[in-house]
Design a protein around this ligand. Structure first.
Ligand SMILES: Cc1cc2nc3c(=O)[nH]c(=O)nc-3n(C[C@H](O)[C@H](O)[C@H](O)COP(=O)(O)OP(=O)(O)OC[C@H]3O[C@@H](n4cnc5c(N)ncnc54)[C@H](O)[C@@H]3O)c2cc1C
Length: 490
């Protein structure tokens, strides 16, 4: 059995990684008071693979070792494979009620999808394609946890990478040696980095062909998080160290976001997937549509999250007796519609899966259909924001009627019992429900959830600009032309 237990996962995090949190270098992310509970949550996800009821539902037989490896590493060959992968994703997403975007399966699928297109990376230098296949096998056979970072620091978005005040603001190549490539600069935003074994950094934006200064940014690679010279600056922790009953989400699901700084870091040659080939890098930016695979994880996560949210909305409605109002019914139905729309997008993408013809011969496996994912990716951020605003509207001032567990057990327990009770529930249950709702949308954790849903998958503004420029308008234009012709003909 290759899949790791939670304890093995935690053991893997106890290394020389350089993680900085609130001015302090974290000695051990598994025991640090602001990180330990999240590490434990992730360990629980690894343990899911060993539960008897999940036997055979989260793993498949490795083609190289014959051992049981995580299904997120499966190269899907059939729609049945996609559905099998979906089952594993569902077990994980449901276990954390969709509150974690970056369960390890997310980047596992990215690496698998990259491997499916290894022929593109190896087009001009076979070693790079082989490196990707080798890397996929390496992480699969060790059941590793990965973070990934695409972007570069938000210093000045009106300049190219080369024009920034320091040419090594974005990660660029300093030199190449017999051992590999030395890089310097920063990448963002590495969610889950403190709890990951590896960081995966594909090339993500087009570079200017023929522009000498841009060539240094042409580097795609992966590295262990505990590589010398690599450090991570975290945002402040959202785990306030308070009882779970008071902060039921912040206290266990703070997946953390960090900037990765590469201070003359050596990337060994076998970890280089693309190097000094701008034309090829630009081709991969266009063709390596990792999202066609990982959006399955995103939609499974969104479904689990929306089912949880719908439970909260329904609970609030029942608990304070507002279910009879027409607008409350309408708003609840809107959440249901959002949930079922995500499910429909997912099923459409899976049902229409096929070979990736545009990637040329050599692309492995089948790929969920692109169109449902694109539409969902562009629509969901606003739909999620609307869902959060519905909770705000329905819970209203109740979100502030949220004394702590200490209050509930303190000298004012009788007052709380009387004034905080609900229509159908006692005070304790009502307070806990509303604290949960507040943690979901109002605390630092809750605000980050909204920001995450808006941006984790790219900036919709720019994605839609690209959509406008690249959409095939032929059927729409033909429809209009036919109508006009008919009009003309009387
Ligand atoms: C919580 C969270 C977790 C994340 N996790 C990860 C992760 O694990 N890995 C990862 O790689 N990334 C991650 N991201 C980063 C995410 O991919 C980016 O936030 C997203 O792509 C937008 O980029 P940016 O934040 O740099 O915004 P910017 O690009 O700086 O945009 C700022 C504003 O300027 C506008 N703008 C900028 N450039 C243009 C342009 N050319 N045309 C029009 N408008 C423009 C944008 O529309 C936006 O309004 C995460 C983000 C968040 C918020």
């Amino acid at each position: 059995m290759v899949v790791r237990t939670g304890e093995q996962f935690l053991q893997g995090l106890r290394d020389s990684r350089e993680v900085w949190l609130e001015g302090e270098r974290v000695a051990d992310v598994t025991t640090h008071p602001k990180m330990a509970r999240m590490a434990k949550t992730l360990a629980g996800l690894y343990d899911l693979q060993h539960l008897p009821e999940n036997h055979g539902r989260m793993t498949f037989k490795s083609p190289s070792s014959g051992e049981s490896v995580a299904l997120s590493y499966l190269v899907p060959e059939t729609i049945e494979d996609l559905l099998r992968r979906r089952t594993a994703l569902e077990i994980t997403a449901r276990s954390c009620h969709g509150m974690l975007g970056r369960t390890p399966d997310y980047v596992n699928i990215q690496v698998t999808a990259s491997r499916q297109l290894a022929h593109l990376f190896g087009r001009n230098d076979k070693r790079h394609g082989d490196n990707l296949r080798g890397y996929h096998e390496y992480v699969r056979e060790r059941d590793l946890c990965l973070t990934h970072a695409f972007g570069h620091p938000q210093v000045n978005r009106s300049l190219s990478l080369a024009e920034l005040p320091d040419a090594y603001t974005a990660v660029g190549v300093v030199e190449k040696t017999s051992e590999g490539v030395v890089v310097r600069g920063a990448k963002l935003l590495a969610t889950l980095a403190p709890f990951s074994d590896e960081i995966f950094c594909p090339v993500y934006r087009p570079l200017r062909p023929g522009v000498e200064e841009d060539r240094k940014y042409c580097i795609g690679f992966a590295l262990p998080v505990a590589t010398p010279g690599l450090r991570f600056i975290c945002r402040p922790s959202h785990d306030l160290g308070r009882p779970l009953a008071d902060y039921p989400l912040s206290g266990q699901f703070d997946e953390m976001d960090a900037v990765a700084i590469f201070d003359d870091v050596l990337i060994p040659w076998d970890r280089v997937f693309i190097y000094d080939d701008v034309e090829l890098a630009n081709l991969t930016v266009q063709k390596v549509t990792l999202w066609r695979q990982y959006m399955q994880q995103v939609s499974v996560k969104n479904i689990a999250k929306l089912e949880f949210i719908l439970g909260i909305v329904h609970g609030i409605t029942e608990s304070i007796g507002i279910g009879g109002y027409a607008h409350v019914q309408e708003k609840t139905a809107e959440v249901i519609d959002t949930l079922e729309t995500v499910r429909a997008y997912m099923r459409a993408a899976e049902a229409d899966a096929g070979r990736y013809e545009d990637a040329g011969p050599g692309a492995e496996g089948i790929w969920p259909a692109a169109e449902p994912w694109i539409a969902m990716r562009h629509w969901y951020p606003e739909a999620y924001a609307r869902t959060a605003s519905i909770i705000e509207q329905l819970a209203a001032g109740g979100l502030m009627l949220t004394p702590t567990e200490a209050d509930l057990a303190g000298p004012l327990a009788e007052d709380i019992g009387k004034y905080y009770q609900g229509a159908s529930v006692g005070a304790k249950e009502r307070v806990r429900l509303f604290r949960l709702a507040w943690d979901l949308i109002g605390t630092q954790f809750g605000s980050r959830q909204s920001l995450y849903e808006r941006f984790f998958n790219g900036d919709v503004v720019q994605l839609r600009q690209r959509r406008y420029a690249s959409y095939d308008y032929s059927r729409a234009d033909a429809s209009l032309a036919t109508f006009m012709d008919e009009l003309e003909g009387g």
